[in-house]
Design a protein around this ligand. Structure first.
Ligand SMILES: Nc1ncnc2c1ncn2[C@@H]1O[C@H](COP(=O)(O)OP(=O)(O)OP(=O)(O)O)[C@@H](O)[C@H]1O
Length: 246
């Protein structure tokens, strides 16, 4: 359980987050959407313990995020690729555990890569991988680390729309298989709705305006993107965003 209680973050006169209350249950997929500068990244960083709140508190299973981080329970996936260029895809997945002094589990890493569409690329170097493939490696790395909370900041932001849609379907599948808790920041309303159980809509000035329960079937494929139910949910989130973005 992730628990944010009255969380505020100030940066030299800028209020990036203001009185944020949010609870995320284990195994939930929550997306955070909102206009540029509304505090999405700051919210994610506060959950991950990378930003210390100036008001309120973040708890992960009752502990501060630093405790969850120390136990390698948090996995980060960011927009730009953070792979080591001289290591293969498999080595990029295993190296964080090796750094922690563990025996590398290469077979496990290879299987994980294959399960997210990288069969045949296990030995490829990052320069041989497309942007979408690199993000798959970064996701596999977070899972291999044993993280049970995945914090994702616009991980598909630099990808073309078709790759984004494909990765969206895959990340939902992976989430259903692995039962991780996912907090996923995005600018894209359709992406936020497609992926989420709940969609946190932020407005200006670092506030949560509304949390939308996404009422779509749990297994989701590309066909969902064209459904009326999906379009209705997207419209509802857009309305909330525009109401609070005068
Ligand atoms: N380290 C920092 N120092 C000063 N101001 C900051 C810092 N980080 C963020 N801010 C400010 O806090 C506010 C929220 O920023 P944040 O990056 O969380 O927004 P965001 O919604 O993620 O934006 P975007 O979608 O453009 O990435 C912005 O006004 C930003 O300029």
């Amino acid at each position: 359980m992730i628990d944010l209680d009255g969380v505020g973050v100030d940066f030299e006169g800028v209020r990036a987050l203001d009185g944020v209350d949010l609870r995320i249950a284990d195994g939930e997929f929550v997306t955070v959407v909102g206009p540029s500068g509304c505090g999405k990244t700051t919210l994610l960083r506060a959950i991950g313990g990378l930003e210390v709140p100036t008001a309120g508190a973040v708890r992960i299973d009752g502990d501060p995020p630093s405790a969850a981080q120390a136990g390698a329970r948090l996995g980060f996936v960011f927009q730009s690729h953070t792979l080591l260029p001289w290591k293969s895809a498999t080595e990029n997945v295993t190296f964080l555990r090796e750094m922690a002094g563990e025996e590398p589990k290469r077979e496990e890493a290879r299987e994980l890569l294959a399960s997210i569409g990288l069969a045949g690329f296990e030995d490829a170097k990052p320069r041989e991988l497309s942007g979408g493939m690199s993000q798959r490696v970064a996701i596999a790395r977070a899972i291999h680390l044993g993280a049970d909370v995945l914090l994702m900041d616009e991980p598909f932001g630099e990808l073309d729309e078709i790759t984004r849609d494909e990765l969206g379907v895959e990340i939902r599948d992976l989430w259903r298989r692995e039962r991780k808790t996912v907090v996923f920041v995005t600018h894209s309303v359709p992406e936020a709705v497609f992926l989420a159980d709940r969609c946190v809509v932020m407005g200006v000035a670092g506030r949560i305006e509304r949390v939308v329960e996404v009422d779509l079937p749990a297994p989701r494929d590309e066909a969902v993107l064209g459904s009326r139910a999906f379009q209705k949910q997207v419209a509802a989130v857009r309305r909330t965003l525009h109401e609070h973005h005068a």
